[in-house]
Design a binder for this molecule. Structure first.
Ligand code: HEC
Length: 277
């Protein structure tokens, strides 16, 4: 090297040195700071939380604590936040065989949730309840796993879908009805039967009856909670209606949501009927 410097580089005209310097600068790209882990946008996490409540919380509970010996906890569970999100996504796509003999299985959500939705739930679960994971799941990851995942572990027969309620029918699943949480599925509450066989004519009164029942158990239920209970109860009834296409069923649910605020307020609470005592 010394010879090169002494006899050649040191002798180079200044213009050549400049050219050489310019070349060296382009040949080695400027050093970058290491790529930051991708993190989901806050809206995705909010959506993930909503979808978790509708699809997972009935079993794994809203606080992710699960139920001892029946449903594993997701809060503080390394298998969901440590490493890449593949296992978590795989569990959602394919479902899982029961944890304990005679215990319930975990249903697969491959037909119920789309790629974005599964990624959103994964990112919520990886970062919720103090889980220190990275919200790096993307719809692309889900699609890739859909294509390569082994066949579903769980047969999606009606009774597999939900051991929680007989109303968790295949039709309800196809429509993406929310799963039933404990107070809804408790047969002692009769909440689900209130909506069975409901028609357009009977819907308003049945809805009021349902809301009254829920309020008996939860006097401080918020509007949002009441809305969720009502939609959860009505959805399987719409799903079971023969002769309606999927989009007509969705439209019926949307109309129901729109009508709910008035039904939740109830005529007995409106100023008009209360006026004058
Ligand atoms: C009907 C009840 C039920 C529902 C609904 C349900 N799961 Fe599960 N889940 C289970 C059961 C039971 C297991 C245990 C299966 C096993 O270990 O074999 C499980 C296991 C898991 C595991 C593996 C945990 C571990 O420690 O191995 C993950 C992750 C998971 N569920 C995520 C979800 C997510 C996310 C959703 C919502 C999209 C969901 N589950 C919905 C019942 C359910």
């Amino acid at each position: 090297m010394k010879a090169v410097v002494d006899f050649s580089l040191s002798q180079l005209p200044e213009s050549d040195i400049n050219d050489l310097a310019a070349y060296l600068q382009t040949a080695t790209p400027p050093r970058e700071t290491p790529p930051k882990p991708v993190s989901a946008n806050p809206a995705m996490i909010v959506e993930g939380k909503r979808l978790y409540a509708a699809n997972c919380a009935a079993c794994h509970q809203a606080n992710g604590a699960g139920i001892v010996d029946v449903f594993p906890n997701l809060a503080g569970n390394q298998s969901v936040w440590n490493g890449p999100p593949d296992n978590l996504i795989g569990a959602m796509l394919g479902g899982l065989i029961p944890w304990h003999k005679n215990g319930p299985a975990m249903p697969g959500f491959a037909d119920v949730l789309n790629d974005e939705e599964i990624a959103a739930i994964a990112n919520y679960v990886r970062t919720a309840w103090g889980n220190p994971g990275v919200a790096d799941a993307t719809a692309k990851d889900v699609l890739k796993l859909r294509e390569t995942a082994p066949p579903r572990q769980i047969a999606l027969a009606d009774r597999d879908y939900l051991n929680l309620s007989p109303i968790g029918s295949a039709a309800a699943r196809k429509l993406g009805c929310p799963l039933l949480s404990t107070p809804m599925s408790d047969p002692g509450n009769h909440w689900m039967t209130i909506m069975e066989g409901v028609t357009t004519d009977t819907l308003p009164n049945r809805t009021r009856a349902l809301i009254d029942e829920v309020r008996k158990l939860y006097p401080n239920a918020t509007r949002e909670e009441l809305t969720n209970y009502a939609v959860t109860a009505y959805c399987p009834a719409v799903a079971a209606e023969p002769g309606l296409s999927r989009s007509e069923k969705r439209a019926a649910l949307a109309r129901f949501r729109q009508a709910l605020p008035a039904l939740i307020a109830g005529p007995e609470h409106s100023p008009a009927t209360n006026a004058g005592g």
